[in-house]
Design a protein around this ligand. Structure first.
Ligand SMILES: Cc1cc2nc3c(=O)[nH]c(=O)nc-3n(C[C@H](O)[C@H](O)[C@H](O)COP(=O)(O)OP(=O)(O)OC[C@H]3O[C@@H](n4cnc5c(N)ncnc54)[C@H](O)[C@@H]3O)c2cc1C
Length: 396
């Protein structure tokens, strides 16, 4: 039995960030991932807003921050577009395979031991520690640690195996399907392109996230209870766009996103949960890279204190819940309410919004300038009875 201070299950953004933070604090860290290559296959459109780079202290490196993004183009079902173009870069499309390997390299250089093709499948608490069985190829290897980090993504079993049920109803997961496509033509290779409409992406949206002028992640996320599959809607859309139809599919990605709510308690004795495993995802757009890393930072801070106090009890670890809700969770709860409203929008509502709101308005609203936002909304409302109806639906 090999002993560590912390065993992290999952080497995605959450697990690798935690591995780095904990190793820097001189803890003995093992991070295992069942995949045979870090970051592959990706389950992601790879978009990351500039704000996250600042918050997480990341410096965009052209090796993995491969496409600068200047804003977004939002398409109503009729094709009418609202374009938000910022004067400066406001995000990047990443090459996640390279990004995650870079995170792994850093964590490893700081002292964490990372293992791939290592599936953690059995957990048992014993004498204040947790014994973990890991399948490494055809061998089963046993490890033990004082603390387990469940960073094993949306399919997490680690938390459940240690007594925390993280499942939600099917309707609370979005179903995602994506092709990375080459040799395609599309507009706005410096913007993320988002398409709305009940026939395009029911209870969700379809995206083109550029990776160069003729290459992009073309994908879709739809409500988990839709009768037809995400792939059906994506194929139908591509078929309707000559610029996409002519291209090649160089990668297929699929996965689920836990968009329906958060865990009240992300801890138990000897256990902290972070990232998708803890549903730390933006409920409207499904983005989770930045949130996973931030969740891992907060959990790591609590873990470091747990070692200082030699206390790995649920009672001690549960401070992580308060810290995360204060930093992020409470804001995300407000976003979740907006999602519930967004889900009720009909195609004609998208058209009304696209006809009445300009990209500049959306930029003012998203910049959080409340006075300016109030002015914009009031002016537009007075001019358009259709918009009043949509706003009332939102307020309901
Ligand atoms: C289609 C799609 C598009 C998306 N697009 C974006 C986007 O553009 N921007 C954005 O910010 N977010 C996006 N997301 C969400 C984002 O990918 C996730 O929020 C993010 O990857 C969460 O990181 P994580 O570390 O929590 O989990 P993951 O990245 O899922 O990592 C979990 C890891 O745990 C491993 N694992 C699981 N079980 C075990 C086990 N028993 N033993 C060992 N290892 C295990 C898995 O192999 C995996 O590598 C998208 C998601 C989907 C599905």
């Amino acid at each position: 039995m090999q002993e560590f201070d912390v065993i992290i299950v999952g080497a995605g953004p959450a697990g690798l960030r935690a591995a780095d933070r904990l190793a820097r604090a001189k803890l003995r860290v093992l991070c295992v991932d069942k995949k045979q290559e870090i970051g592959v296959p990706k389950r992601c459109a790879e978009g990351l807003g500039l704000g996250w780079f600042k918050r997480l202290g990341l410096k965009p490196d052209p090796k993995w921050a491969v496409q600068e993004i200047r804003g977004a183009a939002l398409y109503a079902p009729s094709g009418k577009v609202v374009e938000m173009r910022f004067p400066e870069t406001n995000g990047f499309v990443l090459e996640r395979r390279v990004f995650e390997k870079e995170l792994a390299r850093q964590a490893s250089e700081n002292g964490a031991l990372i293992k791939t093709k290592a599936d953690a499948f059995e957990f048992e608490r014993s004498g204040g520690r947790v014994n973990v069985k890991v399948r490494e190829g055809s061998e089963v290897v046993e490890y033990s640690a004082r603390l387990i980090f469940a960073c094993d993504g949306v399919e997490t079993l680690t938390a459940r195996r240690l007594g925390v049920n993280t499942t939600m109803p099917l309707a609370d997961y979005d179903s995602g399907y994506q092709y990375e496509m080459a040799n395609i033509d599309f507009e706005n290779s410096d913007l993320i392109n988002i398409f709305f409409g009940l026939e395009i992406a029911p209870r969700g949206y379809l995206w083109i996230f550029p990776k160069g002028k003729h290459q992009a992640n073309v994908g879709i996320g739809i409500g988990g209870t839709s009768e037809k599959t995400a792939k059906y809607y994506l194929d139908k859309f591509i078929e309707s766009q000559p610029g996409l139809k002519k291209g090649s599919i160089i990668e297929v990605n699929c996965g689920c996103v836990p968009v329906g709510g958060f865990l009240d308690d992300m801890t138990a004795d000897n256990l902290l949960i972070a990232g998708d495993a803890a549903h730390q995802v933006n409920p409207i757009h499904g983005g989770g890279i930045g949130l996973a890393m931030e969740g891992a930072d907060i959990a790591s801070g609590v873990a470091i204190r747990a070692f200082e106090e030699n206390d790995f009890s649920h009672d001690f670890l549960k401070q992580y819940n308060d810290l995360w809700y204060e930093a992020r969770g409470n804001k995300l709860k407000a976003v979740l309410k907006k999602r519930r409203m967004f889900e009720n929008l009909q195609d004609k509502d998208f058209e009304t919004l696209a006809a009445n709101i300009s990209g500049e308005d959306v930029m003012k609203l998203s910049a959080g300038d409340l006075v300016e936002a109030a002015k914009v909304v009031t002016k537009k409302l007075m001019k358009s009875p259709g918009l009043v109806k949509v706003m009332l639906k939102y307020l309901k």
